[in-house]
Design a protein around this ligand. Sequence first.
Ligand SMILES: Cc1cc2nc3c(=O)[nH]c(=O)nc-3n(C[C@H](O)[C@H](O)[C@H](O)COP(=O)(O)O)c2cc1C
Length: 494
Amino acid sequence: MDNIAPKVETAEGPRLVSRVYRYKDLREWLEIAQRLQLLKRLDGADWDLEIGAITEIERRRRLENSSILLFDQIRGYPPGYRVAANCDNSMPLVAVSLGMSPSMKGLEFVRVWKDRMKQFVPLPPRLVSSGPVLENVLNGRDIDLFKFPTPRWNERDGGRYIGTDCVVVTRDPEQGWINLGTYRVMIHGKDRLGLYISPGKDGRIQMEKSFARNEPFPVAICFGQDPLLIYIASFHLPWGTSEYDYAGWVKGEPIDIIKGPVTGLPIPASAEIAIEGFVHPGEMQEEGPFGEFTGYYASDKRPAPVVRVESLMYRNEPIITGTPMGRPPSVVFYDLISAATLWEAMEAAGIPDIKGVYIHHMAPTSMFTAVSITQRYPGHARQAGLAAIACRGGAYMGRYYVVVDEDIDPSNIEEVIWAVSTRSDPAEDIEILRRCWSGPLDPVIPKARKGFNSRAIIDACRPYEWRNEFPPVVESSPEIKRRVLEKWKDILGD
Ligand SMILES: Cc1cc2nc3c(=O)[nH]c(=O)nc-3n(C[C@H](O)[C@H](O)[C@H](O)COP(=O)(O)O)c2cc1C
């Protein structure tokens, strides 16, 4: 692991912001967390609910500045069999993984990442003959997924979820490209896993294509790995783009992979724990319930595809990366990355003069998205709202899309509410779209209607045709503020 002090791009262009860290694998990443004083070690916790509750408390208290929690000596497991939790909320660590300054946060993070996404050049993975993941390899009857201290995260969860911050590797059966996705994975038995992928996700489409050909669907899943792979696996990349190529580009060097001996799928050579297996067409088992990112158990127990595990690999003293979902905020990085993806996709779709895009942490996925624009022509605001509904990063399970003028900070919920309540007239400024892309996890959609939902665009911009006559904002000008602050600084402070 080494430190470098490179140029970091900001909205204003490249400048030296601070040191950015390079690292090889999860273990070196945890050392960086330690150096940034964002690692807490906890010995002796119980896998049954305690790890989940501790993680929830840490994330709620400190949110974007919360620590990575490294659990060891977990009840009933040998020392060294560990769980690293909360990798999704500690924004300095997310930024470090993406090659940015650890101080990058909020809307600035979104803007910088959006600009960086435009520079993507695929960097394919590098095939290596061996790696730490092969330190232990078990096949057939020796496979036992209960070897690892998989938490039961929340009280009503239907089982132990080894896959929360995991990476699922699949191949398109027609086009051959490799997809990575983060999807929840429940342990059904020593060599059986339940895999839930929402409708419309790339991994699900690939699986359904395979089933349509009546072929078993090969999968490899890592349950502990470089967190960068979790972040990239959960990006909304265009169909056909391999997340491995993307992760290599972000890291600045190819991801080392081994060829899975059973499926031939590429598996990160430095993964902590990985399995290979097959999902057989028609084989389903009850999966769930699982406390989800919306803050609800919205999908109950339902039949989901089963992975028959044929090979289990793991490093000595392996570490599961995992995180409980639940009442938001619960996966903060995802909101910021989705906002950046959406902003980039809206620009690519030709929407001009977007000043900011933000997905609010209390309304994850894109359930409450705010977009600020400089209005350039009649209909620009509605166009921006419609694009936000349709584009990558904003399309899945969205709900409210608020468009505001450029003087409103879309990441400041109070400013957004001020704009909605003073610049929109409900009868004129709310548009509803029906039968949009939702899924089983949508809490307000009843069972019979799951799959679709509706969307509202709230146009909270000043009405375009009389925007120049709109009542002026009551606020001291920057010049007056500067003058009085100078004059009264002994009392008011700087
Ligand atoms: C921590 C975490 C857990 C997730 N769990 C699931 C899940 O259980 N099922 C799912 O379909 N998507 C889940 N997602 C979202 C997907 O990873 C994301 O939509 C990704 O873009 C899907 O990849 P794909 O479109 O390449 O299939 C999760 C994301 C994160 C960050």
